[in-house]
Design a protein around this ligand. Structure first.
Ligand code: APR
Length: 241
């Protein structure tokens, strides 16, 4: 019996939880938000990423997301996305992403929780449970759901609730390893997830900039871009866990 239990224990994969932000997709050619030249240098958040903006100028908002959605046709997952997908062989990998692109899924990651919505989905403005997968097509004024209400991007705008946050907290609290990649940790509640990882679990942050982490949280800093950083992380994980 003892032998069987040991084998069984060895087969239970550890929970590798990875919180990603725009920097994860930067090497795929998708702009981040707050780096110089980022999206918020070109657009004002209040003009394109709030419910009030959509109310005031729906065409501008739809065009903004149509352009970002169309860009998905021209980009590919980078090596960092692919490494995270490969790690599913060794770990129960759960990705919590602030990104609205589909690069984690296209790289082969199976468990991806989108905190801020998904570019390839749209939903009814009046019946929010009516959500439609549209790939990289555009939506326009007059495009309506099956009940006749205008469609909108299935994106969490500033000021809107983050429905997936409770699930994200639960996942983070069960992490055996917690990794943060490519986020300035500027936006809550996503940024607050680092507080839910148990104190004793190994934590890593991969980012070319130096990101402010609350003191005493024992993060190992890999101050590199996502592709290089994920290679280093993969080596460490294979050696130590
Ligand atoms: N590899 C890894 N990280 C990178 C790279 C790269 N190649 N290039 C830039 N970064 C880092 C930057 O140093 C920064 O810390 O990615 C981070 C990007 O930060 P933001 O632009 O603020 O993006 P993010 O943290 O994802 O923003 C969070 O804000 O606007 C909202 O909803 C939007 O989900 C977004 C949220």
């Amino acid at each position: 019996m003892k032998k069987f239990l040991n084998i069984k224990a060895a087969m239970i994969k550890k929970n590798l939880v990875i919180l990603t932000g725009a920097g994860m997709s930067a090497e795929s050619g998708i702009s981040t938000f707050r780096d110089s030249g980022g999206l918020w240098d070109k657009y004002r958040i209040e003009d394109v990423a709030t419910p009030e903006a959509f109310q005031a100028n729906p065409k501008l908002v739809l065009d903004f997301y149509n352009a970002r959605r169309k860009q998905l046709d021209d980009v590919e997952p980078n090596r960092g996305h692919l490494i995270l997908a490969q790690l599913q062989k060794l770990f129960n990998v759960q990705i919590i992403t602030q990104n609205v692109d589909n690069l984690h899924e296209r790289a082969g990651s199976k468990s991806v929780l989108h905190l801020h919505g998904e570019l390839t989905k749209v939903r009814s403005t009046r019946f929010p449970d009516l959500i439609y997968e549209i790939g990289t097509k555009g939506i326009y004024i007059g495009d309506v759901c099956e009940k006749g209400a205008q469609l909108r991007p299935h994106i969490v705008w500033f000021g809107e609730a983050v429905p997936a946050i409770d699930k994200a907290v639960e996942i983070s609290s069960k992490a055996d390893v917690f990794v943060v990649i490519g986020t300035s940790l500027n936006v809550y509640p996503a940024a607050g997830l680092i507080m839910y990882a148990r104190p004793e679990v190994p934590k890593y942050i991969i980012d070319p900039s130096s990101i402010e982490i609350p003191s005493g949280m024992n993060f190992t800093v890999i101050q590199k871009k996502a592709v290089e950083g994920c290679k280093e992380l993969e080596e460490w994980l294979k050696k130590n866990l």
